[in-house]
Design a binder for this molecule. Structure first.
Ligand SMILES: Cc1cc2nc3c(=O)[nH]c(=O)nc-3n(C[C@H](O)[C@H](O)[C@H](O)COP(=O)(O)O)c2cc1C
Length: 215
């Protein structure tokens, strides 16, 4: 089994990377493969709502002049994902938002890569905006019908300069708990895959909140 982490920070060795590694160490100690995809330093355009992912259903985004599409195969194969972002102005980093909007739209248009897989999110903040940012990341996991792994606190770790998060002992402990919980969920899922059928997929009636009786 493999978990892919997406690092939305421009710093490959910064606080978000260290936070993801903390979860990853636990996953690895539980026998689960772990890899970090660093996307935060790349130029990733925002979704332009061209609808090509839906029309073509070829597991790719219609924007071809950036690095986005090269990340899809590994993410698609993974048994679990972790979304990690630094807090920027009380929200996720802009590149991460662009990446996730496109990833979850391509996924949703191509059968949903994430449904009933295990997902988790974490954020790094110097001081404030962590809860709001964590909520934002969790929206993607919830939308995609993932099994969301939790910890014994919200997955927010504090630090400003790169490396400072390692001094946030409570934050580090929470992320270690998250790594163990995620491992356990992955193993439960694997152990029951032949004995416990997944809930059936339900087709959403796309009402756009328009009431038929008022037309
Ligand atoms: C553009 C920008 C905006 C930021 N906004 C916030 C913020 O709203 N709240 C906060 O606590 N920290 C904020 N920070 C600090 C980072 O979240 C913090 O330094 C984080 O640990 C960086 O993670 P990294 O090392 O993975 O990049 C901001 C940093 C930058 C560059």
């Amino acid at each position: 089994m493999k978990v892919i982490a997406i690092n939305g920070s421009p710093h490959k060795d910064g606080n978000t990377a260290l936070a993801l590694q903390t979860v990853g160490e636990k996953l690895k100690s539980n026998g689960i493969d772990f890899e970090v995809l660093h996307i935060g330093h790349k130029t990733i355009h925002g979704c332009i709502a061209c609808g090509q992912c839906r029309e073509k259903q070829d597991h790719s985004c219609g924007i071809k002049n950036d690095a986005f599409n090269e990340f899809i195969p590994a993410i698609r194969e993974a048994d679990g994902i972790i979304l990690g972002s630094p807090v920027y102005f009380s929200g996720m980093a802009g590149t991460m938002k662009s990446f996730l909007d496109r990833l979850f739209y391509v996924s949703g248009s191509n059968g949903n890569y994430f449904r009933n897989k295990v997902g988790a999110a974490l954020v790094c903040a110097r001081r404030a905006g962590g809860s709001h940012t964590l909520d934002g990341l969790n929206h993607y996991l919830n939308f995609a019908e993932m099994l969301v792994a939790t910890s014994n606190y919200w997955n927010i770790i504090h630090g400003g300069a790169s490396g400072e998060v390692l001094f946030d002992k409570e934050g580090i402990t929470s992320l270690q708990v998250l790594g163990d919980k995620m491992s356990w969920m992955l193993k439960m899922r694997e152990a029951t895959k032949n004995t416990l059928p997944e809930p059936e997929r339900v087709q959403k009636p796309m009402t756009n909140f328009i009431r038929e009786d008022l037309k």
